[in-house]
Design a protein around this ligand. Structure first.
Ligand code: FAD
Length: 298
């Protein structure tokens, strides 16, 4: 990788090449649509394992998620994964979405419970006649089709969870229902990820736990979002952005350096699968993938 750091403890001894996936969100308007498709076209030549498209809070982007996934299938060489949540819909409505994906040839769903319609912090109540939770949804998806199903994992504990054991119980329930990959909430301190994976392996969880990497395009909004999601902000990260409020260019370089450092350290610890929260922008993620050794068309 970037800097040779021998003698680091390795998580899972892994001699495979690097495999990446990219997450996008569906656009709200024409301008965002153009930005999304520019990003997709820039990242496509890196041949990601899959690209995923999020499902808006409260099921608010059902049509737009579907349309983006369909266009990815129709117009690109990429393998799309559609995010789906249990929020604000009956089983029948969600099953219809799943069957629709099956019909158009989608083979991968990222199954989530979703946040309460009132937002993070509200108590979650399953929708009447809807799927109870993410594990229940995974089971429903697997009954409808032979989908690959990815689910979430929270190295720093889900904010609603009383303790990490409850989180592991939920992750196990999702795996028992048929999930084959976990993608983590973003984190900035790699130690929490290493400890989490180690703790999961000790509990007999063997599926890949792919780190979700967030570029810090805007420190203020990233730290606000992190607080809501229960992701810690290491003091060093906050210090790195100090005094840069009016200096966009240095902020960008700092953000890229931090992301490179984080990914480099993960790679040095044996991690080979990376999921990037692209925020619909290609340049940062493309740069990091380049540093990881990926080349267009390779
Ligand atoms: P689960 O895995 O079902 O639960 C998370 C944790 O909450 C559990 O581990 C458990 O500890 C606790 N918990 C849940 N239910 C209970 C209960 N009944 N009692 C006690 N504890 C409980 N949101 C969207 O709206 N759209 C998206 O596209 C989207 N994509 C995401 C992708 C990734 C990779 C990640 C990490 C998150 C994503 N989210 C998305 C956010 C997610 O919907 C929220 O974090 C939501 O609050 C939890 O959904 P989940 O499937 O992760 O929950």
């Amino acid at each position: 990788m970037l800097v040779q750091t021998p003698n680091k403890a390795r998580l899972d001894e892994d001699t495979r090449g690097v495999s990446v996936s990219f997450e996008f969100f569906p656009p709200h308007d024409d301008k965002m649509d153009a930005a999304l498709w520019t990003a997709i076209r820039e990242l496509e030549p890196l041949s990601p394992a899959f690209v995923s498209v999020t499902y808006g809070a409260g099921g608010s982007t059902r049509e737009r998620t579907h349309a983006t996934v369909e266009r990815l299938l129709r117009e690109t060489t990429l393998k799309p994964a559609a995010h789906l949540t249990c929020v604000a819909a009956t089983r029948a409505e969600i099953d219809e979405v799943i069957s629709g994906y099956k019909e158009i040839g989608v083979r991968h769903i990222v199954a989530l419970r979703g946040d309460p319609p009132g937002g993070i912090g509200e108590a979650y109540t399953p929708f009447p006649g809807g799927y109870e939770n993410a594990a229940d949804l995974v089971g429903g998806i697997r009954r409808i089709g032979d989908f690959e199903v990815s689910v979430s994992a929270y190295p720093e504990k889900h904010p609603e969870s009383p303790d990490i054991e409850t989180d592991f119980d939920m992750l196990k329930a999702k795996i028992d229902a048929g999930a084959t990959r976990a993608i983590t909430q973003f984190f900035f301190d790699n130690r929490v990820y290493y400890d989490y994976v180690e703790a999961a392996r000790k509990r007999g969880i063997t599926i890949p736990i792919v780190p979700g990497i967030l570029p810090v395009l805007n420190f203020k909004s990233a730290s606000g979002f992190a607080t809501k999601c229960g992701a810690g902000i290491p003091p060093a990260l906050a210090r790195a952005f100090e005094g840069l409020d009016n200096d966009a260019e240095t902020r960008r370089l700092v953000a890229a350096a931090i992301m490179a450092e984080q990914v480099s350290d993960l790679h040095d610890h044996g991690v080979r699968d990376f999921h990037f929260y692209t925020m619909n922008r290609a340049r940062f993620v493309y740069t990091i993938c380049h540093l990881l050794g990926l080349r267009p068309g390779a």
